[in-house]
Design a binder for this molecule. Structure first.
Ligand code: IPE
Ligand code: MG
Length: 228
């Protein structure tokens, strides 16, 4: 969800207002995703690297989480959204840990869209913590395979992403879902996150629908030629 800061700057507002608009944008988009039949929506809210930002921006973001959970949790729970948080909880403030536990606890039995919020998350962190789990379980080297790693990852509750959207114009992954996005289709858009609405989502879904997914196989047209 990139571009909040620039969205605010364009309006001569402090960056925090961009993050606030970004949170509202997310809540609006969850509804649209449900209407479009999306079953899993995973958003990158705060990366392991975002601690490098100025202290007031970091604390602003932490505060925004608390306010957003208080403001939107009942609505999301009522909309049958299941909330899952992935990321390193050990190094976030206690109040935040409680808010996450509350959000997860109150939506655990929901069967609609699964909203995964990656917070204090990094794709590399996830690989490392999965490896640690396997070591703790005492797996022998030959028992360590892709399936063992996948089930130890923070994203084990969700299938691998089909579509990976990055807003805000940068063309990089920035340590999001490294393992899981091996075969994801990527859509990069200049649209700043607070402006990302139904029209932009539909454009991304349409782009996805035009892709031919082969997962390492040859193209179907080629395959039929080979068969002949
Ligand atoms: C993304 O928006 C939100 C977070 C990483 C929390 P940015 O804050 O990166 O916005 P820009 O890139 O400065 O516009
Ligand atoms: Mg950015």
């Amino acid at each position: 969800m990139d571009g909040n800061g620039r969205w605010a700057k364009k309006r001569f507002l402090p960056r925090f207002f961009g993050h606030k608009a970004g949170a509202d944008s997310l809540v609006r988009l969850i509804k649209v995703c449900q209407q479009r039949g999306v079953e899993y929506l995973t958003v990158f809210a705060f990366s392991s690297e975002n601690w490098k930002r100025p202290e007031d921006e970091v604390s602003g973001l932490m505060g925004l989480v608390l306010v957003s959970v208080a403001k939107y949790l009942a609505r999301l729970a009522g909309d049958n959204v299941r909330i899952v948080i992935v990321g390193d909880r050990d190094t976030v403030p206690e109040r935040l840990r409680q808010a996450w536990a509350d959000a997860e606890g109150r939506t655990r039995a929901n069967t609609g869209l699964t909203l995964t919020v990656a917070f204090n998350y990094g794709g590399r962190w996830d690989v490392v913590q999965a490896c640690r789990k396997l070591v703790r379980e005492g797996l022998a080297p030959e028992q360590v395979d892709e399936a063992a790693l996948a089930r130890s990852m923070a994203m084990a509750h969700a299938p691998d992403p089909d579509l990976f959207i990055r807003t805000g114009g940068e063309m990089r992954i920035s340590n999001f879902l490294l393992w899981q996005s091996a075969y994801a289709e990527f859509v990069f858009t200049d649209c700043l996150w607070p402006d990302f609405g139904p029209a932009e989502l539909d454009a991304a879904l349409a782009a996805y629908a035009r892709r031919e997914r082969r997962f390492g196989d040859v193209a179907p047209a080629q395959a039929s030629r080979i068969a002949r």
